[in-house]
Design a protein around this ligand. Structure first.
Ligand SMILES: Cc1cc2nc3c(=O)[nH]c(=O)nc-3n(C[C@H](O)[C@H](O)[C@H](O)COP(=O)(O)OP(=O)(O)OC[C@H]3O[C@@H](n4cnc5c(N)ncnc54)[C@H](O)[C@@H]3O)c2cc1C
Length: 390
């Protein structure tokens, strides 16, 4: 089934939806994106695009635009929350020089994707909140305004609280992980270089990296706690709560926290990966199919990979059904593995018992000195995988 001439509705103008819209359009489909927001604005904060996500950006011919609007990461540095010096330095510039790890503001990546999609002829319709989706051979998208929209194919890229996922699956039952995360952007007063800094404390950690030419720093601060917080990208919190939670952090971490004026808080939930990714002529991708915890920074990268693979599978398939089945088969195991790895990462940073912390940090330090390449190589399955090469 060539995509040429097909009319496709994509629900959600986030990273995955816009990437899919562009990939479909580049293969000749006529594409409409329905986005609930009133504008593509400055929502969100920093994202990390790893080499596997960058491969998709390159295949979409947006690598130059992304390079211009992002910071290339030169290292990942792990630090103890109180002691000066480094626990571990993973030198990306030296040991992964051929790979692109990039820090980008979510709004900048959205703008790059949206501009490219519009230039290619994708219709992006704002203020189009979808109420429900009817899956089947002739899918219907029902808007909150009451209007119905029809297309040859409907793609749900509508994120965490996806209406399209509901049409294909039993209701999801997310489980609170006992962790929350704050995110904020502050001026880069300490002059942080192009590195991801991870400050590790008992039961909490902070990841900081520069954005926008190094002028600002993105902070994600995660804490284990019993008190539940809502699962939303737009829930604001008082910066004092963040500073209180990280009051024992010293040095650069403390200096950055002092500058926080505006902060969002989100509760971290585990969602099962959707059983069914497609039915009739409806499919889901990105967070709609498999929300992930932020500890491996793969949410946006997995959505980009999904978008590319979906377009690729549909374009080469005999029927829509065969294309959608091939898509789920190509994606599911990889996504499950990435989510499992993200779930496993938090506790490594959060070790609470001092001797255990000390021993773990020493092991990391030695590993980093003796076998830096091997430490980076353990993630080759993730970062060196290029979905655009088949
Ligand atoms: C406002 C916002 C801010 C974010 N900020 C960050 C961040 O700072 N750091 C980070 O790592 N990740 C952030 N994320 C999440 C990150 O972008 C995703 O995890 C990842 O990019 C996967 O992308 P996605 O396309 O599957 O989903 P998303 O990027 O979440 O996109 C989903 C899109 O669908 C739209 N949508 C949802 N429901 C409907 C509906 N019923 N009708 C029409 N449209 C709908 C949403 O408005 C959104 O544009 C943010 C997401 C959002 C929505």
């Amino acid at each position: 089934m060539a995509l040429n001439g097909q009319h496709i509705i994509v629900i959600g103008g986030g990273i995955g939806g816009l990437a899919a819209a562009l990939a479909f359009r580049q293969r000749g489909a006529s594409v409409t994106v329905l986005e609930q927001a009133e504008a593509v604005t400055e929502v969100g904060a920093g994202l990390q695009i790893s080499p596997n996500g960058f491969a998709v950006i390159r295949a979409l011919e947006l690598d130059a635009a992304l390079a211009q609007n992002s910071v290339r990461a030169r290292a990942v540095v792990l630090r103890d929350y109180r002691k000066p010096g480094e626990v571990l330095r993973l030198d990306l510039a030296r040991f992964a020089a051929d790979q692109h790890f990039r820090f980008v503001h979510r709004a900048d990546l959205i703008t790059i994707l949206a501009n490219a999609a519009r230039d290619a002829g994708v219709q992006i319709r704002l203020l189009q909140k979808v109420a429900s989706v009817e899956a089947g051979p002739e899918p219907v998208v029902r808007l909150c305004s009451g209007a119905d929209k029809r297309a040859d194919l409907v793609i749900g890229a509508d994120g965490l609280h996806s209406k399209a996922r509901e049409a294909l699956n039993e209701p999801d039952s997310p489980v609170f992980t006992g962790q929350v995360a704050w995110r904020a952007i502050v001026p880069n007063d300490p002059g942080l270089p192009a590195e991801a800094q991870v400050f590790m404390g008992p039961g909490r950690h902070m990841v900081c990296y520069p954005l926008r030419g190094g002028s600002v720093v993105n902070i994600v601060a995660a804490q284990e706690r019993a008190e539940w917080a809502t699962e939303s990208w737009s829930h604001r919190d008082d910066p004092k709560n963040l500073r209180r939670a990280f009051s024992e952090f010293d040095g650069t971490a403390r200096a950055l926290l002092e500058r926080v004026e505006d902060v969002a808080l989100w509760g971290l939930f585990r969602h099962p990966v959707a059983e069914t990714w497609h039915k009739g002529r409806v499919a889901i991708l990105g967070d709609a199919a498999h929300p992930t915890l932020p500890f491996l920074a793969q949410g946006a990268n997995m959505a980009l990979e999904d978008a590319w693979v979906l377009a690729d599978c549909l374009d080469g398939a005999e029927t829509t059904g065969a294309g959608l089945s091939a898509y789920q088969a190509r994606r599911r195991d990889r996504v499950v593995r990435a989510i499992k790895a993200a779930n496993g990462n938090a506790w490594k940073y959060h070790l609470s018992i001092p001797p255990v912390r000390g021993a773990a940090h020493l092991a990391l330090k030695l590993g980093g000195r003796l076998a830096p390449k091997r430490m980076l190589g353990q993630f080759d399955w993730l970062y060196r995988h290029d979905v655009t090469r088949g």
